[in-house]
Design a protein around this ligand. Structure first.
Ligand SMILES: C[S@@+](CC[C@H](N)C(=O)[O-])C[C@H]1O[C@@H](n2cnc3c(N)ncnc32)[C@H](O)[C@@H]1O
Length: 238
């Protein structure tokens, strides 16, 4: 079960103070914090860019023109397409408003458990479980495997990695643990990604990291929610 450290600690402290009981090991307590975490994620990511509540909804602050996961990623995938005789099949995990669809049309499937603009409204865990033999040329994981404890992050990565075909690519944007400046983000448990962890986990999942660095140029002004790690992975053929 996913643990949201912020919510679990806050609830446990409250219960300890009020009733003098340590609840950290109680299964029903863990279920309660999970249900609250799921509702918090749905509240923050469940709107779309078209909705009235858009002011509380997650917003991208890293500019498409300058971030690695914007125009530069588009150019990279287009270059991969030129080398391939068949149309590339692209999966966007946690697609949000599904904006990559504008560039790749039917070649891309966007999945997201919370956003109605997704082609398939499922989490990566559920989507992969239902497709044990599927394989994609390119899998995008742009800011979507970022929430909860390490066990959750790894289970989601295993799911995403299982969908990349041998020799295929995974592009990752990962948050180094920065809570977004947004009322609805304050209780979201952002995972603390590091370069070392990206390299370690990619190797354990049978990938080689081709490139790793910052998404937003480090000589450009800071953005409200800080910078993100960018990395490009290739899956080994055996
Ligand atoms: C920070 S937004 C990024 C959206 C989009 N990838 C982008 O770059 O514009 C994170 C997205 O991950 C989605 N998400 C959260 N948990 C997920 C999961 N278990 N599987 C797939 N997507 C998830 C959220 O619903 C949200 O749309």
């Amino acid at each position: 079960m996913r643990i949201n450290k912020k919510v679990a600690d806050d609830l446990a402290n409250l219960i300890q103070e009020r009733y003098g009981i340590d609840v950290k090991d109680y299964q029903s307590f863990l279920q309660l914090q999970y249900d609250i975490d799921e509702a918090l994620l749905a509240r923050y990511f469940g709107d779309t860019k078209e909705s009235d509540e858009a002011k509380n909804y997650w917003k991208q602050h890293l500019k498409f023109e300058t971030r690695k996961t914007g125009q530069q990623l588009l150019d990279k995938i287009n270059a991969l397409q030129k080398q391939s005789k068949d149309p590339l099949e692209i999966l966007d995990v946690g697609c949000g408003d599904n904006e990559w669809k504008e560039h790749f049309g039917e070649q891309l499937i966007g999945i997201d458990p919370f956003n109605k603009n997704a082609d398939v409204q499922l989490s990566i865990e559920q989507f992969a479980k239902e497709r044990p033999f599927a394989s994609w040329d390119v899998v995008l994981v742009l800011g979507s495997i970022n929430f909860g404890d390490q066990a959750t992050i790894e289970a989601q990565l295993v799911s995403a990695a299982s969908l990349v075909k041998p020799g295929g690519k995974l592009f990752l944007r990962a948050n180094p643990g920065i809570t977004h400046v947004n009322e609805h983000a304050q209780w979201i448990d952002f995972f603390n990604w590091s370069k070392e962890y990206i390299i370690d986990v990619s190797e354990r999942l049978n990938f080689k990291v081709n490139e790793i660095g910052w998404d937003h140029p480090t000589d450009a002004p800071d953005t409200p929610n800080g910078n993100r790690y960018y990395s490009e992975w290739t899956k080994h053929s055996i």
